[in-house]
Write a protein that binds this ligand. Structure first.
Ligand SMILES: [Fe+2]
Length: 228
């Protein structure tokens, strides 16, 4: 059995779209596009909704209608990220001001802890080394990426704290994207790290949406509050 990678640094995905132009488009989104997700304890904003019409999301299927058509965000995602990962999925931005973080959590259901659930991430701005993963002794093992693009195993409990001096913006690919052959081929040559898994899932790591059967519908406790 192949070992499950905790993180994979991506050095073979060149996105020839200016990060400053991407950030400008994101900063121009209205405050009402930002949601505070209580479980994660962080600010999130949708860029691409891959859910079928009528099954949730903050805007209709496709790109956030407040983004410029054929702009920097659209080009980066449509022309570079989706082809690299071999499919489409919801794309969000996590915004983390200095001295804030994300609560310790699993991206997966508790039953899936210990399996391989790769998640693509691209840091657009801010300190790279803010994430950690819990090992078999429940110690935090920090992750120091060597690239601004990387894969993390969402079925490995993790958290983050931004002790940098600027707000961090991280692009995240999620559901319903699935691991596939094109993705595997693209990442197979890339450097990876492995952290051991804890034996038990802590209740605090589990998103209660999974327990109540409301997976991935973007339920939030607070919305439309100006990001700090
Ligand atoms: Fe996560």
């Amino acid at each position: 059995m192949t070992e499950i990678k905790t993180t994979i640094d991506i050095h073979n995905l060149d996105i020839d779209v200016d990060k400053a132009a991407i950030l400008k488009e994101i900063n121009n989104l209205p405050d009402s596009d930002w949601y505070f997700v209580k479980f994660h304890g962080g600010w999130i904003c949708g860029l691409y909704n891959d859910r079928e019409e009528g099954s949730g999301g903050w805007f209709p299927k496709g790109f956030n209608p407040n983004l410029p058509e054929d702009g920097a965000v659209v080009k980066a995602i449509r022309d570079h990220i989706f082809p690299y990962v071999g499919g489409t999925g919801n794309i969000t931005i996590i915004r983390t001001p200095p001295n804030q973080g994300l609560n310790d959590h699993l991206d997966s259901t508790p039953e899936e802890m210990g399996t391989d659930k790769p998640k693509f991430r691209w840091v657009l701005k801010g300190k790279l080394e803010t994430m950690y993963f819990f090992d078999k002794d429940y110690n935090k093992v920090s992750f120091t990426p060597t690239s601004d693009k990387y894969i993390v195993n969402g079925a490995h409990p993790h958290g983050m704290y931004n002790n940098g001096d600027e707000t961090k913006f991280t692009m995240c690919l999620g559901h319903p994207w699935q691991d596939n052959e094109i993705f595997r081929r693209n990442i197979e040559t890339q450097v990876s790290q492995v952290v051991t898994f804890p034996n038990k899932v802590l209740d605090s790591w589990v998103d209660q949406r999974f327990i109540h059967g409301k997976v991935g519908v973007g339920i939030t406790e607070v919305q439309n509050i100006k990001p700090t």
